[in-house]
Design a protein around this ligand. Sequence first.
Ligand code: GLN
Ligand code: ZN
Length: 766
Amino acid sequence: MSALTSVSGFPRVGQNRELKKIIEGYWKGANTLGEVRATAKELRAKHWKLQQAAGIDLIPSNDFSFYDQVLDTAILLNAIPQRYQRLAFENPEETLFAMGRGYQGEKGDVTALPMKKWFTTNYHYLVPEIDAATDIKLNGTKPFDEYLEAKELGIDTKPVLIGPYTFLKLARDPQAQELEFDKGLVNAVSAVYAEALAKFAELGAAWVQIDEPYLVLDKEPGDVELFKALYAKILPARDGKVKVLLNTYFGHIADVYETVNLLGFDGIGLDLNEGKDENLAALAQYGVAEGTVIFAGVINGRNIWRNDYAVSLGLVDAIKQITPNVAVSTASSLLHVPFSTEGENGLDEGVLKHFAFAVEKLGELRDVAELADADEDAKKASAALTANQALFDGTRVAADPAVAARLAQLTDADFTRQPARAERQQLQREALNLPLLPTTTIGSFPQTREVRAERAKLRKGEIDQATYDAFIKQQIDDCIKSQEEIGLDVLVHGEFERNDMVEYFGQNLNGFLFTKNAWVQSYGTRCVKPPIVWGDVSRANPITVEWSAYAQSRTDRVMKGMLTGPVTILNWSWPREDITHEQQTQQLALAIRDEVLDLEAAGIKVIQIDEAALREKLPLRKTDWHAKYLDWAIPAFRLVHSAVKPATQIHTHMCYSEFNDIIRDIDAMDADVISFEASRGDLVVLDAIHEAEFETEAGPGVYDIHSPRIPSEAEIEERIGEILKKMDVSKVWINPDCGLKTRGVAETWPSLEHLVAATKAVRASL
Ligand code: GLN
Ligand code: ZN
């Protein structure tokens, strides 16, 4: 007998990204929808069987998705905006993809739903829309079909639903500032969940997991009442036949634990990695209702490191002091970790033994559950426990004393750029001689199949470095020529030499390790492969200088240098856990600072330091924002650029516009220009910029690059008009909302032509 084991969710893209490949093949017309469905079914079966073989008791179903589980939830609740319904597709998947990525074709022309980051992860969900026309009702049978599909394989799964509270809190009303949770809406939504529960009971499911990660955020007035109202209607539908696990993750729920406990859930899932102290304190204070099982989330769903069994066992023990009813669980879905370490033969055993990806975490979950119920003798005899302890005894890597010495010497002056920004702006205007509303792009241009093939050839040794370099130079030349032709003002070299904005830097810095296949879903079919911070970080040699200098030599226009900032490199890598994020970010900041100064010395006058991921790691609770993050993240960015000359213009870019609340912190990064994503969301950020008297010049993206849709000139002109209502024209830049790397050539150039034409029209009208 050992404690019940539960997995919150499993990666769905497949060990070799099979789902990505087949869906993209379908979008290109190379695969049929039938083939997509078949691959999806195979993957689901494979993933369930893997979990079964690992001895997991509660295996999730409905954690699969063709695109995004929040989108699936919106569809399940029939929150499908009219504009997508009107396309009148024959297959539900076509509607789903139109909502996810927009649609431009014979049936119409619609943009995608806005996309946002899923809590503090690098996963993006689609923001559901609810307005007066939305008719909430149970739509489709996906969760039930998948439950039955597993059952046919002999696996009685635990269906997973995104909960009603989280769904409503994430949804927006496009017509209003805020979605109103009126009684009709609340009743309609809870009725759907009640119906689903009843249906699962009828189908024979033992447990249903309802995910409410939004509970880990600060509560606004009315939130707790909303939560209670929803579940008071939903829980009776259990009818004694099915158990409900209320699952939370990415933080603690100490502020609502008492309420949650009183509602009588059959299980409560708590994250015992993030927010463990608060969760444990709440358990100790309020106890656990009779008949409620605490699902102790001890296996980290956000890291790639081996679990420290002694720590996990200590946590389970602490809960056992309060209640005997403990199950052992992943702390969150495993969606956010790579599939398996199997096949990572580029890393040696001594390194690999420190890693646990999704499949390995299943084994850890099993081990911890068994050990949790073992007596002292059995623990002593456990080979698994002994091997695990050995991993955590002693230090994993030797420190680099040179890095420590450099950090020790830093003073306040190293974090402050001189002179003040207003003064610099004047000098930069003279030095760069740009028109009003300067146009630029975010850095990358389409990474065509040809570019990727050439890089693969270099990797395999089929071509030499010189051949590869010549090829990249040709790409740069062509890209510059096209940018000049369409009339952009500040050019970029196109980033053809980079596989990825983080991995590329990691490869050129000391202290990083790389995997072959450790992909993690980012949005839709897009996956990322974060590098691993293994040791102390420093820069061995210049990284981008040669490429940028070459590009500048090919044009009379201003060429923008292109770097990734320290906060983003860390946030999009797998960080170490033996030193703090602050320490790792500072190490990175010094490395990138070296690169900034070398670029400047090579004649680059504009340098963009991307902090695409700065916003996403903002702690979920406001009280933690500064103390646990911004107080070191913002200075780390300043450390990168504080030593450049006044006339050198520092840009930054962020993949997120939701920084209204931290607008002053963004200003405090002390960049000269910032570009950010604003085209998919609302333009509330412009109000914030206006109100805060934001000093940094800004380019709010004027079109959405996550969709293959080509924006019209009129559309962009209108967008610029909206921006100019809120910002002083002398501070506005015109750019797309992110890099163009994932776009096709066919849509990129016409889109940019429209951008330049729209800008010229606006300039002429000023
Ligand atoms: N410079 C990067 C690019 O253009 C920025 C990408 C990003 O913000 N994600 O690809
Ligand atoms: Zn971006």
